[in-house]
Design a protein around this ligand. Structure first.
Ligand code: NDP
Length: 277
C-alpha cells in the first residue's frame, strides 16, 4: 500500500488529508494519507528518513517548506524560483524530488474562473510578500503578467521580492495600496489578513475598475470581507479554495499514479469542513 503525508508544525488545521482521502476513495486506490506533526528541530532527521518510514512522498507546510527544498536531491523550476517546496516524492532510484505546486494551483483556478484575467496587460496588484505571495508572483509572471505592483506591510520584503523578479515588478507602499488600484485589471490578497482569527484586510476599493478581477488566497472563511466587498460593487471574484484543491493534484498523481480531478463534489466536501471553522 502506498502512503503519503502532510508534514507541518502545527499540522492539525491542514485540509490536505480530506482532499487526498477523498480521491483515494473515489479512484479506489489502495493507499493512505496521514498527518505528521514535526517540530523544527526534528524536520531534517524526519525528511532524511521519509522513505524508511514507508512514505512515497509528502506535502510540506509551514514552517518547513524551505528546509524541504534544501534537503531534496532535485527540485523543479517552480520550487527553485519560489525558494520553497510543498510537494516531495521519490523517483525509482530513491532520489527525493521537490516541487512547489502553489503557483500551479493558484493559476489553474484563476484561469478557470477568470480566463481573461490578464486584461490586455493591465497592472496586477499583489498584497503580501510572504511564501504564498512568492508563489502567486511566480505564477503570474510565468502566465504572462506584464506589470505587477506589490504592497506589503514590511516594505523591505516587497523590495527584496521585486529585486529578484525583474523589471516588470515594482513596489508600492502599504499605505498607498488603495491608490495603486487605479487602472489595475486584477487585485490579489496574498497576505493572511481576512483569515479566521486574523485582522481583516483594510483597503479602499473606490479606485478599483469595475471590470477588475479580485482574488483572495485566504479560504477560511470562503468569502472574505474583501471578496464580499468586491462582489457587492460588481467585480468578478475568485476565492482561495480552488488554489488549495488544485495544488494537491500533482502530488496525488506522483504518489498514487492517478491524475485526480478537482470537481464541484470535492469542493463541496471541503467546504463542509470550513463551515464553523
Ligand atoms: P507568510 O507568513 O509567509 O506571509 C504572511 C503575509 O501576510 C506577509 O506578507 C505579512 O506581511 C502579511 N501579514 C500578516 N499579518 C499582517 C498584518 N497584521 N498586517 C499586514 N500584513 C500582514 O504566510 P504565507 O504567505 O505562507 O500565507 C499567507 C496566507 O495565504 C495564509 O492565510 C495562508 O493560509 C494562505 N495560503 C493559502 C493557500 C491556498 O492554497 N489557498 C496556500 C498557501 C497559503 P509582513 O511581511 O509585513 O509580515
Amino acid at each position: 500500500m502506498k502512503r503519503a503525508c502532510v508534514i507541518g508544525w502545527p499540522v492539525e488545521h491542514s485540509r490536505s488529508p480530506l482532499i487526498h482521502r477523498y480521491w483515494l476513495d473515489l479512484y479506489g486506490v489502495e493507499g493512505a494519507y496521514e498527518k505528521e506533526a514535526v517540530p523544527p528541530e526534528e524536520i531534517k532527521v524526519f525528511l532524511r528518513s521519509l522513505g524508511v518510514r514507508g512514505y512515497a512522498g509528502a506535502n510540506v507546510t509551514l514552517p518547513h517548506k524551505e528546509t524541504a527544498l534544501a534537503l531534496a536531491d532535485a527540485a523543479d523550476a517552480a520550487a527553485k524560483a519560489i525558494g520553497a517546496a510543498n510537494t516531495l516524492w521519490f523517483d525509482e532510484q530513491g532520489r527525493l524530488h521537490a516541487s512547489n505546486t502553489d503557483a500551479y494551483g493558484f493559476m489553474t483556478h484563476l484561469s478557470e474562473e477568470a480566463p481573461d484575467w490578464n486584461r490586455g496587460g493591465r497592472p496586477v496588484v499583489v498584497l503580501g510578500a510572504g511564501g504564498a505571495a512568492r508563489a502567486v508572483l511566480h505564477g503570474l509572471l510565468a502566465g504572462g503578467a506584464a506589470k505587477v505592483l506589490i504592497a506589503n506591510r514590511s516594505q523591505h520584503r516587497a523590495e527584496a521580492l521585486a529585486k529578484v523578479s525583474g523589471p516588470s515588478v515594482s513596489v508600492v507602499p502599504w499605505s498607498e495600496k488603495g491608490k495603486a488600484l487605479a487602472g489595475c485589471g486584477l487585485l490579489i490578497n496574498a497576505t493572511s489578513l481576512g483569515m479566521t482569527g486574523k485582522p481583516p484586510l483594510d483597503i479602499d476599493l473606490a479606485l478599483l475598475p469595475a471590470d477588475a478581477v479580485v482574488a483572495d488566497i485566504v479560504y477560511s472563511p470562503l468569502e472574505t470581507r474583501l471578496l464580499a466587498a468586491a462582489k457587492a460593487r460588481g467585480n468578478l471574484t475568485v476565492d482561495g479554495l480552488g488554489m488549495l484543491l488544485h495544488q494537491a493534484v500533482p502530488g496525488f498523481e506522483r504518489w498514487f499514479g492517478v491524475r485526480p480531478k478537482v470537481t464541484p463534489a470535492l469542493r463541496a466536501h471541503i467546504v463542509k469542513s470550513l463551515v464553523g471553522a
